[in-house]
Ligand binder design. Structure first.
Ligand code: FES
Length: 129
């Protein structure tokens, strides 16, 4: 059965002010393809972006320091394990051993609040409760 837009839920994630340009990420949990997974949101060039916290080199979380994904330059998202670099605005692999880009979570921002959007393979954590 095809999913329609009516199946997409829009979930509050954080306050806009919680996402500081190049700063710490806001973590959240999702269920991706049936598995509980960490995700994180960051702000880059003014826009909020979110991805699964799962490196495409080895499927593991990327932040060595909790919620710290930006490299020292603030230009790339870094996997602390072997140094894969990802573009903050697209999640595309930008260097290092990554194999493809990060899984993106769609966000929207309105009235000072950031929301994330579910998708056919991306559900809220509480979905399993
Ligand atoms: S696990 Fe991320 S670079 Fe190897």
């Amino acid at each position: 059965m095809a999913m329609s837009d009516a199946d997409i839920q829009i979930k509050p994630l954080c306050q806009s002010a919680d996402l500081v340009e190049g700063g710490r990420a806001v973590p959240f949990d999702v269920v991706y393809a049936g598995q509980t997974c960490r995700a994180f949101a960051i702000r880059f060039e003014g826009q909020p972006h979110a991805y699964l916290n799962r490196c495409t080199h080895v499927a593991m979380e990327m932040d060595f320091q909790p919620d710290q994904f930006f490299d020292a330059s603030g230009r790339w998202l870094l996997c602390a394990t072997h140094g894969a670099e990802y573009a903050p605005d697209s999640g595309e692999c930008a260097g290092g051993p990554c194999r493809g880009g990060l899984v993106k979570v769609v966000l929207s921002e309105r009235d000072g609040v950031v929301h994330w959007h579910t998708a056919y393979n991306l559900k809220p954590f509480e979905f399993l409760d």
